[in-house]
Ligand binder design. Structure first.
Ligand SMILES: Cc1cc2nc3c(=O)[nH]c(=O)nc-3n(C[C@H](O)[C@H](O)[C@H](O)COP(=O)(O)OP(=O)(O)OC[C@H]3O[C@@H](n4cnc5c(N)ncnc54)[C@H](O)[C@@H]3O)c2cc1C
Length: 535
């Protein structure tokens, strides 16, 4: 029997897995669900590009070395080797599917960018809208394939496992699908599946300031954790140093290239504070700049710092940065005459659902791909443009393994689904009438994570965050089952769970490494902590 596959998420990871699975297992019934519109996710906002060894001047060894250096001792060597070696094949498949990467002028090859941390030019890009182009091509392909069904505005609430079904709390057993809320119809549907694949993206929305879209609430990580899967390295959250600070501008990244051209970071009274933090001033590495801005904001009590682009010159600004110029102008900031208010913002979740080399989680029948997974590629810090790469490589591996291509299925996989899974039980739950409590709890979690579990951590701040989350946990869970599920309520439970995982992991790592920095343990401690944090 061809398998029934449920894929939760329609970003690069979910779509690539679906397309590959449909090719490898004709006849398979593949459903892709997303909780918004099909193209809404981090993928469409990716600007820089996808990293892969593409030129004769580059080598697998160089890409590996750069990735390992960024990962600060925690990368899984096998995952790095796999992604680097298989990357060019998977990128070629994207091209074959119709992704139009920017070509090098006058040469029969692609234009390769070089980004921070890369020793060679190896970033394929579609101008500065790479993710949008990839998402466009993948949605077109998936939409045209028989066997793939895409369901919008369906949010997965919880995974269904044998353990939950038969109340065997200590063992999750096999994953049998998920309960989904059809958001428009306010109805919970049961989606039974032989294989369930989490492709739900990252968790940036847990923080007050983020470059991530609204869908990035860590749902896959929270659902997997509740189901009993292992979760790894949640303390490693990458912060982008400069996001536009403006009440009407959600999630707008201000490119680091501006600093490369001469823009300076200053406090509100004009001090070029970066020279106090690093000899390279405003050109210091990303994590150092993010930390310095955080320190200044906490020291001064101001809400943001400024990025002064005027040293670049008006003509250069307009010609080299037309999108940033236009976007800021729309928010009333003329960057040729005034500095841009900026804050650092949560950008990428390095940890996630722990997976093996075939994207299998620790629960049978459950896979995780893309930003929601922790494959070991990024270790303690992600190298720029390696995330789209990880998504395509592990999508291929998940699809190949799940459909049984090129292997003998292990005996446990020959599993029959129970003839009918029980429907969702609402009990006495009623419609939620007031949104005020939910909105207040959302804001409280995001603010406390920003203030106490953000870029610079300390024992005191983490403990404070832990205690407040505990109170919120009691309040939210007292109410949760009394109300019929809504997207806001489901996401609130998930951000609460994932915030707790971040704090727990950060408290366990009593050292500073990669993206995790603690005032109380400023040194790296290889003797005790050169390992993943697995919950
Ligand atoms: C501004 C920005 C710029 C970036 N630039 C780059 C770059 O240049 N290069 C690079 O390599 N990486 C970049 N990244 C990171 C990269 O874009 C992401 O890591 C990657 O796109 C994640 O893909 P994904 O498929 O895992 O998740 P996403 O693209 O985020 O998709 C998640 C999907 O899951 C769905 N979903 C979530 N929860 C549920 C639920 N409960 N039920 C149903 N559906 C659900 C969403 O609706 C969505 O369809 C950037 C990220 C951002 C935010």
């Amino acid at each position: 029997m061809p398998p029934k596959i449920l894929i939760i998420g329609s970003g690069i990871a979910g779509l690539c897995t679906a397309i590959k699975a449909a090719k490898l297992a004709p006849g398979a019934e593949i459903s892709i669900v997303n909780k918004s519109t099909p193209d809404e996710g981090a993928t469409r906002y990716a600007q820089g590009g996808i990293a892969a060894v593409w030129s004769s001047r580059d080598s697998f060894d160089d890409h590996k070395t750069d990735t390992l250096r960024a990962g600060a001792g925690l990368c899984n060597n096998h995952a790095v080797e796999t992604c680097v070696r298989e990357g060019p094949l998977r990128v070629q498949e994207l091209i074959d599917l119709g992704v139009k990467f920017t070509r090098s002028e006058g040469r029969n090859t692609y234009d390769l960018h070089r980004e921070g941390g890369h020793s060679r030019r190896r970033i394929l890009h579609a101008d500065d809208l790479t993710g949008l182009e990839i998402e466009r091509a993948l949605l077109k392909e998936a939409g045209a394939m028989a066997g793939i069904k895409i369901l919008d505005h369906h949010i997965a609430i919880d995974l269904i496992t044998e353990g939950k079904l038969f109340r065997r709390r200590s063992l999750p057993g096999r994953c049998l699908g998920a309960y989904l809320l059809d958001i428009n119809a306010s109805r919970v549907v049961t989606s039974a599946a032989d294989i369930t694949i989490l492709a739900t993206g990252g968790a940036g929305k847990i923080y007050l300031y983020t470059s991530n879209p609204d869908v990035s609430t860590g749902d896959g990580i929270a659902m997997a954790y509740r189901a009993g899967a292992r979760i790894a390295n949640m303390e490693f959250i990458q912060f982008h140093p400069t996001c536009l600070f403006h009440p009407a501008a959600r999630n707008y990244l201000v490119s680091e290239a501006l600093r490369g051209e001469g823009a300076e970071l200053t406090t509100l009274d004009g001090e070029k504070f970066m020279t106090r933090h690093h000899p390279m001033g405003s050109l210091a590495p990303r994590d150092i700049v993010a930390r310095a801005i955080d320190r200044e904001i906490k020291r001064t009590g101001d809400k943001h710092v400024l990025l002064d682009c005027r040293p670049i010159g008006a003509a250069e600004l307009r010609s080299k940065f037309p999108n940033i110029y236009e976007n800021c102008l729309r928010h009333g900031i003329d960057i040729t005459t005034a500095p841009i208010p900026v804050v650092p913002a949560a950008h990428y979740t390095c940890g996630g659902v722990l997976v093996d080399e075939n994207a299998r989680t620790t629960i049978d029948g459950l896979y995780a791909v893309g930003e929601t997974a922790c494959s070991g590629l990024h270790g303690a810090n992600r190298l720029a443009s390696n995330s789209l790469l990880e998504a395509v490589v592990y999508a291929h591996r998940a699809a190949s393994h799940a459909t049984g291509a090129g292997r003998n299925p292990p005996s446990g996989d020959a599993h029959e689904l129970p003839s009918k899974l029980p429907d969702w039980q609402s009990g006495q739950a009623v419609q939620l009438e007031e949104q005020i409590d939910i909105a207040a709890s959302w804001l409280e979690i995001r603010t406390l994570m920003w203030n106490y579990a953000g870029i610079i951590r300390s024992n005191r701040r983490l403990e404070r965050a832990r205690r407040r989350l505990e109170i919120l946990h009691d309040e939210i869970f007292a109410d949760y089952w009394n109300f019929l599920p809504t997207r806001d309520l489901i996401e609130l439970r998930n951000i609460l769970t994932v915030a707790g995982l971040i704090i727990q992991s950060a408290m366990l790592r009593r050292e500073s490494r990669g993206l995790h920095y603690s005032i109380d343990y400023p040194e790296t401690d290889d003797v005790h902590f050169k390992h993943d944090t697995v919950l």
